[in-house]
Structure formats: C-alpha cells, structure tokens
Design a protein around this ligand. Structure first.
Ligand code: SF4
Length: 282
C-alpha cells in the first residue's frame, strides 16, 4: 500500500494485484503499464516482472495496518477483476475491506461483466457495504457505456463511474443507481483531446440526477498547466459514506493476525511461487 497518492480523488493506493492486460481503447496509454515496464528486470523492485499479472499475497492484509482512515484506490496498478485473478483471491480482498471498515475503498474495473458476476456470487455481507465503492471506467460509447449497465446490476454498497480518459461525447445515458461520477481527460505524451462540451454535458446530467461530480483534470501533455477547473470552477464532490469505528489497537492486531494467516493459507492453496523464488528463477 502506498499511504499517499497523487490521484486527485483518493488518499492512498492498495495493490494486492500487480500487472494487467489491455481490454479497450481507454487502455491505450495505460499509466500503470508505462510505470511498471520501466522497472522490468530491476532486481528486487516490486515491478521486476514489469506489467505481468501477479498476485501479491503479502499485500492482502495491509489496510488493517493502517490506523488513520482514508480513501483507498484498490488496485491502481491492475484490475481486480482481471480474468487471471482467482475468485477466492477477490473474495479475500473483500473480506479485508469488510474487516478494515474505517476506510473507504474505491474498486475500479474495466471488467464490468466479471464484476457483476463475482459481486452477485459473493455473500452479501462481503459486498454490500457503504464504505466499499464499486466502479467502472467509461471512455466511450462502444466499450464504456455497456459497463454502466453491468455495474447497475452488480451487488454494491455504492456505485461510481470513472469517465476517464473521456474520448468522445457520450450523449445521454442513465445515471440511475450511480452514486458518484469522475470525469477527466487523458494526460501524457500522445494524449487524446477531450472537448469541454463533452465534460459539461456529463456535469449537467449529474446535476439533473443529483449525482456528486468530480472533475479530475483536462489532461494533455502538461496536465498541471491545463488545470482542473471546468466552466470557471472546481468540482471536488464525493458521496457521503458511512464507515466503521477504528477498533482498539489490540483488537486491530488480532484481526490483522487472522488476515495474515488467511493470506499465507491462500498462497499455499493457489500454489503460486513466493516472490523470492520467482526472483531466483530470474
Ligand atoms: S484495465 Fe486499467 S490497468 Fe489494465 S491495462 Fe487497462 S488501463 Fe491499464
């Protein structure tokens, strides 16, 4: 877990999975891939294997170590619902989120069909919580909009859309059952442009549907210079979430010990080599 994040709509990141593969046009300039591949082959670096998908069992219990409540972006460097992530691993991520309920979790995916299937298969007690926000990325009409329908059918405490990078005018779409919308343009070299009226149209629909709206960035090659104001003002809205009380230190350490034991058992069960062995094998 990284206890700080430069991502505007979160406080921290937690990556029990690292690496991913591309599924749609929104992935074209994936920042996670660019970052991870920079370190491929660097001994002992977390991204020594570049952007290859890996389960990081030792990271599973991490939110329980973190006493100060914060908003946590789950798998900022991957996609929890990637087809190679086993159901039991996803279930354990949800179990930890339920146990460490003083945080808010932001779980974002492009694999909306699997999100729907897994969330409906899991016990309601693991999924339907106000502090666990499930979201889908929406970059265009063809790939992005159908994800909203799948999200609506998913079991969730709160549902959100990350409309970034916004690649075209989305037109009118249904915001029923959606609790939060983030909009942003693509940034970095080769960034595809976002038109202001595409973002304004979404803002208007959020206003009409009474959905909190967060404008993350214009993007572009120099995203700092382009800024974060839309129509002359800043939009930093969030939904209100109910979170749990931080348990006493002793109780928290007992819950943590249980989560560490489960993570170790899961690693044995799934038969994945410990990272040290992967390193030795080069
Ligand atoms: S789904 Fe997300 S993490 Fe995976 S390749 Fe696409 S943009 Fe990157």
């Amino acid at each position: 877990m990284s206890d700080q994040s430069s991502i505007e709509w979160t406080d921290a990141t937690w990556n029990p999975v690292r690496g991913c593969s591309k599924v749609s046009p929104g992935c074209k300039h994936c920042y996670a891939e660019t970052f991870a591949e920079r370190f491929r082959g660097t001994p002992d670096h977390p991204y020594e294997q570049g952007f290859d998908l890996r389960l990081v069992f030792g990271k599973l219990p991490e939110p329980l170590r973190w006493a100060r409540a914060r908003k946590i972006f789950v798998n900022s460097m991957s996609d929890l619902f990637h087809e190679q992530v086993p159901d039991v691993f996803i279930e354990e991520v949800f179990r930890v989120m339920v146990e460490a309920d003083w945080h808010v979790y932001q779980v974002l995916t492009k694999r909306a069909e699997r999100l729907r299937a897994v969330s409906r298969a899991l016990d309601r007690e693991l999924v339907a919580h106000d502090h666990i926000w499930l979201g889908v990325s929406v970059e265009d009409r063809k790939y992005g909009l159908p994800r909203i329908e799948a999200l609506r059918e998913a079991r969730a405490g709160k549902r959100f859309l990350s409309i970034e990078p916004l690649l075209e005018d989305l037109g009118e779409f249904d915001l029923g059952g959606i609790d939060w919308v983030i909009v942003g343009g693509e940034s970095g070299r080769g960034a595809r442009p976002m038109h202001g009226d595409w973002a304004m149209a979404i803002r208007e629909q959020c206003r009409e549907a009474n959905v909190p709206f967060f404008f993350k960035q214009w993007g572009g090659v120099n995203k700092k210079k382009a800024g974060r104001d839309l129509g002359g003002r800043r939009y930093d809205e969030f939904p209100v979430a109910e979170t749990g009380e931080l348990p006493s230190r002793g109780a928290r350490w007992r819950i943590l010990a249980g989560a560490e034991a489960r993570a170790a058992a899961l690693e044995r069960e799934l038969g994945i080599e410990p990272l040290t062995q992967i390193r030795r094998a080069g």
